[in-house]
Ligand binder design. Sequence first.
Ligand SMILES: Cc1cc2nc3c(=O)[nH]c(=O)nc-3n(C[C@H](O)[C@H](O)[C@H](O)COP(=O)(O)O)c2cc1C
Length: 209
Amino acid sequence: MVRLRDSGPVEKVGVSSPMDFFDAVAGRRSIRSYSPVPPPPESLARALEAASSAPSQLNEQPWRFIIVEGEARDRLCSLVAASTRMLRDMFPLFDADSLAFAARFLSDLGGAPTAIVVTYPVAETDHQHKVNLLAAGGAILLLQVALRAEGLGSVCITCAEWVEDAIRSDLGYETERLAAIIPVGFPDGDPGEQPPREDKTVRLREWPS
Ligand SMILES: Cc1cc2nc3c(=O)[nH]c(=O)nc-3n(C[C@H](O)[C@H](O)[C@H](O)COP(=O)(O)O)c2cc1C
């Protein structure tokens, strides 16, 4: 992992978090408004350690976590803000209020004091691309659940892909792709319960054909 602003990697602390795993899963929400209080370094370190424990093909760990704070975070916000020009194309069904909210949120990442840019290596084949992105997605989910267990909020932002080239050249990761940007901080207010989920499971005992 890389921390922009301070030099050196994030210190790892081996203290387990008190929140039950299933409570953390059920209580995780996508947070789009944050308090300016920075996340405690030890909480961030534990969450990143959890994310790094994600499984991956041949244990290749095809992800990188770039921790962006301070001036680097402000610069990232200004780059992401440029993606709001594409919002109408991305979400044609959004009404004007939703578009305005999304534009405001993206221009400041909801006020999150920290953002984690997650990247994955450029692959030669579609298969390898899929495998890398799946593994990075698994790591991101572990990161978000672990952050929740630490009392922190986050959200997975993928619509910044439209400004990926600008972010890539600013951060200097030419051989990697942007998986997502994860703002991190204490939620500003109660996000409420998760929106309902459909049951997407299918159980087979006999093959359908
Ligand atoms: C792969 C992925 C991409 C997402 N992209 C965005 C995004 O670009 N912007 C955003 O505000 N939220 C994004 N989200 C968050 C979803 O909108 C959110 O997870 C969903 O509405 C369910 O709400 P919940 O996370 O609070 O349960 C993304 C989530 C995932 C898993």
